[in-house]
Design a protein around this ligand. Structure first.
Ligand code: SF4
Length: 104
């Protein structure tokens, strides 16, 4: 018997990118000129209503690893390259703090 929740909890079919708000927008919308804070806010606003923002951010963080902001590009998952560096550093510090130190 199929769970009554099966329909609501099943992941939608297809690639997550196909459900992205940005899929039909020019890439430049998410790569605003340095210092253009209105454009940054506009791009972040689009990400805020994107149904796949969490997946997008997770993918970006996995791809970029410990890269510096200069090696990251565009707003992804609602965060600028600099913000993603800060997220990475916060999580890396939390992981280090949670890792038991070996005792002799
Ligand atoms: S969250 Fe990611 S997939 Fe969604 S609009 Fe922003 S950049 Fe595009």
């Amino acid at each position: 018997m199929t769970s009554p929740y099966a329909r609501s909890t099943a992941a939608p079919a297809g690639r997550w990118q196909d459900r992205a708000v940005c899929r039909a927008l020019p890439p430049a919308v998410f790569d605003p000129p340095v210092g253009d804070w209105d454009a940054v806010r506009a791009a972040k606003g689009l990400c805020r209503v994107c149904p796949v923002a969490v997946t997008c951010l997770r993918e970006a963080m996995a791809e970029e690893g410990g890269m510096g902001a200069q090696h990251r590009a565009t707003i992804r998952g609602g965060y600028t390259p600099e913000e993603r560096v800060a997220i990475h550093r916060t999580y890396a510090a939390a992981r280090r703090a949670a890792t038991p130190t070996p005792t002799n």
